[in-house]
Design a protein around this ligand. Structure first.
Ligand code: HEC
Ligand code: HEC
Ligand code: HEC
Ligand code: HEC
Length: 330
């Protein structure tokens, strides 16, 4: 698939290679067009976004005592401009060397920086317009695996120093149904009502979300080098993610989906950590990364091939409450 050059794998390796790097790959500041460019056509989506914590973090984060405390411990003087905080809390826009923070977590951090694909994704005269846009970096909601990978890149905080020294949380208990159907919901294309997703789509979100949670928690721990909350927190995430996937496997009837989930569980090794001087060494890092590759491939396969209609067994596991309240269109 040509859009692979924007793959989550590449993005995360980039992120892990340089913990102080300015941006995730999908948010290259030189290709960000800014939320106003999207809202010009997507007005209701824009109104819904303004009610999200993703939006509000722009005005609020640097004022919060907890944020000042984290920044202080890391020696960061300006949360909003120079720092590690920008890659997850803010949108940067502009050419290399001249970037400016323009918003909180805006449209393009979830759907891909828009410069190359905006003109393509809405050209309904071409039946392939969405696929064409994806080749240019668009993250379509149809590709649940990619959509979810993008959430977990920020929500499974892969920065050891930020967690151990700064005291930042190690990530969120992000479950993809509750966390997309609450305050993040902006579902206006089919009608203006911001309706809940269909049961079929919710099952797919649930399944793929649990897979990606495990994948990103394993990615996180594979790169640990210090004793501290990071290694503990990632390990706890892995244990929880595996338990949730086991519940899914137990519910699913025999068939391809169940086989895939069991293969994912089998591919996830138990991390082995050994003391290494003052730090810690993950002695089975290669095994973990090989598992991550298998899990990633199966996650994409599940997202591409299953349709949710056959996954009714998962309804018993779906959340009964959402994370935040959905926006009501005026
Ligand atoms: C010129 C108007 C216009 C602009 C500007 C625009 N969009 Fe769209 N967008 C549309 C239309 C029309 C559709 C519906 C396309 C279809 O039905 O396939 C759409 C569809 C979408 C979809 C759903 C596509 C899918 O896979 O189902 C997303 C997500 C989206 N736009 C995000 C954005 C973002 C993010 C921006 C800013 C970078 C943006 N759009 C800018 C008009 C626009
Ligand atoms: C890898 C991504 C990432 C980076 C880098 C990051 N954060 Fe966060 N941060 C998050 C996420 C995701 C949340 C939301 C957690 C939730 O609500 O579940 C969060 C939440 C927070 C909160 C709690 C928000 C509240 O409820 O008050 C504070 C404070 C915070 N971050 C400060 C910082 C500071 C300061 C920096 C830079 C030194 C930073 N973060 C860097 C991802 C990140
Ligand atoms: C935090 C990530 C995030 C942000 C920020 C975000 N989106 Fe989305 N967007 C999503 C997700 C997730 C979906 C699919 C939700 C679902 O399946 O219910 C989606 C779906 C869409 C759709 C298709 C909706 C439909 O009716 O099918 C459009 C259009 C869209 N987004 C545009 C935007 C625009 C414009 C902005 C900025 C004003 C924006 N998004 C901000 C994550 C985000
Ligand atoms: C670029 C990084 C980034 C991406 C991508 C991202 N988020 Fe977030 N998200 C954050 C940060 C940072 C916060 C916390 C903002 C704050 O409180 O200051 C947050 C907060 C949230 C909240 C509110 C949590 C609460 O405490 O109530 C929800 C819900 C959420 N995100 C869902 C999602 C979903 C679903 C996706 C993927 C479709 C996603 N996010 C993608 C960074 C991100």
């Amino acid at each position: 698939m040509p859009s692979r050059h924007f793959s989550a794998t590449a993005t995360v390796l980039l992120l892990l290679a340089a913990t102080a790097c300015p941006a995730l790959a999908q948010s290259d500041p030189a290709k960000i067009t800014g939320p106003e460019a999207c809202v010009a056509c997507h007005k209701l989506e824009g109104a819904a976004w303004q009610e999200m914590k993703h939006f509000k973090t722009f005005d609020e984060l640097h004022r919060r005592p907890e944020a000042k405390d984290i920044a202080g411990k890391l020696g960061i003087a300006n949360i909003k401009s120079e720092s590690t905080c920008v890659q997850c809390h803010y949108t940067s826009m502009g050419a290399a060397g001249a970037t400016k923070v323009i918003a909180g977590v805006s449209c393009e951090l979830c759907h891909g920086a828009g410069a190359d694909w905006t003109k393509v994704h809405n050209d309904k005269t071409k039946p392939t317009h969405i696929a064409d846009a994806e080749k240019l970096g668009f993250i379509s909601p149809n590709n649940i695996y990619k959509l979810a990978s993008n959430c977990f890149q920020c929500h499974t905080v892969p920065n050891e120093k930020l967690v151990n020294t700064g005291g930042h949380q190690v990530g969120s208990a992000l479950e993809l149904v509750a966390w997309t159907q609450g305050e993040v919901r902006h579902h206006f294309l089919t009608d203006k009502k911001n309706a809940d997703d269909t049961p079929e789509r919710k099952r797919m979100l649930y399944l793929v979300g649990r897979v990606v949670d495990l994948e990103y928690s394993l990615r996180g721990i594979a790169n640990a080098v210090e004793k501290g909350n990071f290694v503990k927190g990632m390990n706890a995430r892995i244990v929880t993610a595996k338990a949730e996937l086991q519940k899914i496997a137990d519910k699913l009837p025999d068939g391809a989906a169940k086989t895939d989930v069991l293969a994912i569980l089998a591919a996830a090794p138990k991390p082995v950590a050994a003391a290494d001087g003052a730090g810690v060494k993950i002695t089975n890092k290669d095994e973990i990364l090989a598992g991550v590759k298998t899990i990633s491939d199966l996650g994409q396969k599940i997202s591409d091939t299953y349709k949710g209609a056959d996954l009714a067994a998962l309804d018993a596991l779906l959340p009964t409450a959402n994370q935040g309240t959905p926006f009501t269109a005026p």
